[in-house]
Design a protein around this ligand. Structure first.
Ligand SMILES: NC(=O)c1ccc[n+]([C@@H]2O[C@H](COP(=O)([O-])OP(=O)(O)OC[C@H]3O[C@@H](n4cnc5c(N)ncnc54)[C@H](OP(=O)(O)O)[C@@H]3O)[C@@H](O)[C@H]2O)c1
Length: 254
């Protein structure tokens, strides 16, 4: 799909990868709407990126998704691209006692969120003739980093879900693309994982966005920039070695 003159909804677009995508999509002549939970961040994003539209919405709340859908379809009936970008990632040591409601948070945000967004927006997208869903997974969908077990499980599930969705939507005019970023220089990558990622070079969000747009326009099903492609290859050729490498990263200093 050529990404010009489209109307694009990017979840979690007030920072990081989502904001870089939003900015470039506007530069390519698209109408872009971003979401986030924090109104101040939305105001700041729309101030920094001229032409950007912001709607407050929490992707882990089903009622908020219904409300977002109503608002977006009313204001932007030409919506034809949904980018499920929101994601959270935490270090979770499963040997520690955990609150049962909290331990599954990444599943609610990173898996249940996109599944519900697809379900809610699909009837509209199918009316567009040509439409696109982009699900943002991760290189860690192919090989887990054991320090973030629930995150990696949710991302592996998004990979699987995207494959099934693509098959189910054949012939509907709705294309499904998975974007699996490598480490990208964002808040998610640097804050929680300062120790693990020390000394590692990550991709700039602008470069990731550029590669994502190029991959979409080239018609790729799965876009795996940089290390993500390596992880996918290793997961097939040398799965034990790949896991051992990720296990090392999960035990910094040991
Ligand atoms: N950065 C990496 O190294 C990397 C690597 C592989 C995959 N990814 C994936 O790429 C995607 C974007 O990551 P990022 O690094 O750009 O993250 P980020 O910098 O932390 O940005 C996350 C965005 O999502 C929003 N958000 C968080 N929780 C939300 C919720 N429940 N509902 C709605 N919005 C929410 C945040 O705004 P509010 O806080 O205001 O809600 C923010 O706009 C994620 O799916 C992530 O898993 C990232």
């Amino acid at each position: 799909m050529k990404l010009t003159n489209k109307t694009v909804l990017v979840t979690g677009g007030t920072g990081g990868i989502g904001m870089a995508l939003a900015k470039q999509l506007i530069e390519h002549g698209n109408v872009v709407i971003v979401t986030g939970r924090d109104q101040d961040k939305l105001d700041e994003a729309t101030r920094l990126v001229p032409g950007l539209n912001g709607v407050r919405s929490d992707v882990s709340d089903p009622a908020a998704i219904v409300d977002l859908h109503a608002q977006v379809i009313d204001r932007f009936p030409g919506l034809d691209v949904l980018i499920n970008n929101v994601g959270i990632m935490r270090n979770l040591n499963l040997n520690q006692e955990r609150d049962l409601a909290d331990v599954t948070r990444e599943i609610e945000v990173n898996l249940m969120g996109p599944v519900r967004m697809v379900q809610q927006f699909l009837p509209h997208l199918k009316t567009r003739g040509e439409a696109l869903i982009v699900n943002v997974s991760s290189g860690l969908a192919f090989v887990p980093m054991p320090a973030s077990p629930v995150y990696c499980a949710a991302k592996a599930a998004i990979h699987s879900f995207s494959q099934s969705l693509r098959v189910q939507l054949e012939g509907t005019g709705v294309t499904v693309i998975e974007l699996a970023p490598p480490g990208v220089e964002t808040r998610l990558f640097r804050e929680e994982f300062k120790v693990e990622t020390r000394g590692q070079k990550a991709m700039a969000p602008e470069e990731l966005a550029r590669r994502a747009i190029a991959g979409i326009e080239a018609g790729r099903d799965e876009i795996r920039p940089g290390q993500s492609n390596l992880l996918k290859t290793l997961s097939r050729l040398a799965p034990r070695l790949a896991l051992a490498q990720m296990a090392k990263l999960s035990k910094p200093g040991h």
